[in-house]
Design a protein around this ligand. Structure first.
Ligand code: PLP
Ligand code: TYF
Length: 398
């Protein structure tokens, strides 16, 4: 039965890891995948997470099945992070949250549920977007199209183009929005532009789906929730996927959540019952460990403070790497202005490096980046910064 099976294409980002791991050069640098490394090039185990894990190990709780929608303490903590703990929507019972297998799992549950709810809707993602957005919604059976987003000339958002497109869509269209730290471009909307997007969604009857994978990586927990808060103040119904892979450095534990903001408590109950049905036929109920750690950190004032300090540390280190890279490139005598790297937000920079230049970085220097020119700033450190700057200088000069 497998004789005619074709080789599936590799994930364009995760596939880079395989090539990187196979590279034997000691100077190699992986700027491809979006993972935060510390200054020693290691994925950190956050002290707050470690403390929660030690306490949990000591308590040695039993491992029964979780509820289909996951841990109530975890789901409550997720809602508080997204909407603020004093949110009237939470108090009213209008918000449902289901623990999910990472942000990816949350998007997939949301996509499968939306397919049942609105089978004929079209899905719109930003141009460009995280590669998996298209794949996830297509695999749920949707036709996926782009809305204009990045403007290479200004290295910012083509907001006029984005707004015009959203204004032209059919009612019921599903709009995937990066809530902050846009992947791959690092270009976010301003607060005023978010308000305009909310207004367009209301006027056109669009279904917003906010993807929150980097809360805390731009300016802070509440500041990075500006889009979610604008939608929650609007009275509209919308979806949010959360990921704690980066903000808790818990990538492999698969910690995420799908939240749906509904119009009433009664509606929320019906929506939750449908979301649970999707989960049941996928994996029955989520794993315990990662979610329990996140819930423990967020519900302890002491651990939460520790976590926020560590998160700020990651955010500040990325910022320092942005400034450092721009200066190091300049010090190499490169005429081209790279100062835009400092303005971009989150883990990534769309450098403007061409696919050919990215290829040369790999071949000549063992430096891996996505062929679109996206690099992960969080993989830079004080030891490899100069080497990367030299490589960028070499491929952009000649
Ligand atoms: N959404 C975006 C925009 C991302 O960049 C990522 C990255 O991993 C995800 C979702 C998926 O998150 P997770 O790794 O938790 O599945
Ligand atoms: O964009 C990134 O690099 C991260 C990690 O299929 C990632 O979001 C990349 C590809 C993928 C899953 C996660």
């Amino acid at each position: 039965i497998f004789a005619a099976v074709e080789m599936a294409p590799r994930d364009p980002i995760l596939g880079l890891n395989e090539s990187f791991n196979a590279d034997t050069r000691s100077t190699k640098v992986n700027l491809g995948v979006g993972v935060y490394f510390d200054d020693n090039g290691k994925i950190p185990l956050l002290a707050a997470v470690k403390a929660a894990e030690e306490a949990r190990l000591k308590a040695a709780p039993p491992r029964g099945y979780q509820p289909i929608e996951g841990s109530p303490a975890y789901n409550q903590a997720v809602q508080n992070l997204l909407l603020g703990k004093d949110s009237a929507l939470i108090a009213n019972g209008q918000v449902i949250t289901a623990q999910a297998l990472g942000g990816t799992g949350a998007l997939k549950i949301g996509a499968d549920y939306l397919k049942r709810l609105s089978p004929n809707a079209k899905v719109y993602i930003s141009d460009p977007s995280w590669e998996n957005h298209r794949a996830l919604f297509e695999s749920a059976g949707f036709v996926v199209e782009n809305y204009p987003y990045y403007d290479a000339a200004t290295r910012g958002v083509n907001f006029a183009g984005m707004k015009a497109c959203l204004n032209s869509l059919e009612a019921g269209s599903i709009i995937i929005l990066h809530a902050c730290c846009h992947n791959p471009t690092g270009a976010d909307l301003s607060d005023a532009q978010w308000q305009e997007v909310v207004d367009v969604c209301r006027a056109r009857g669009l279904v917003p789906f906010l993807d929150m994978a980097y809360q805390g990586f731009a300016d802070g927990i509440d500041a990075d929730a500006v889009a979610v808060r604008a939608f929650s103040a609007s009275g509209l119904q919308f979806f949010v996927s959360s990921s704690f892979s980066k903000s808790f450095s818990l990538y492999g534990e698969r910690v995420g959540a799908l939240s749906v903001i509904t119009a009433s408590k009664e509606e929320a109950g019906r929506v939750l019952s449908q979301v649970k049905r999707v989960i049941r036929t996928n994996y029955s109920n989520p794993p315990i460990h990662g979610g329990a750690l996140v819930a423990a950190v967020l519900s302890s004032p002491e651990l939460r403070q520790m976590w926020e300090t560590e998160l700020a540390g990651m955010r500040d280190r990325i910022r320092a790497m942005r400034t450092g890279l721009v200066e190091a490139i300049k010090a190499q005598g490169v005429a081209q202005d790279f100062s835009f790297v400092v303005q971009q937000r989150g883990m990534f920079s769309y450098t403007g490096l061409t696919a050919a230049q990215v290829e040369r970085m790999k071949d000549e220097f063992g430096i891996y980046a996505v062929s679109t020119g996206r690099i992960c700033l969080a993989a830079l450190n004080t030891k490899n910064l100069e080497y990367v700057a030299k490589a960028i200088a070499a491929v952009t000069k000649a």
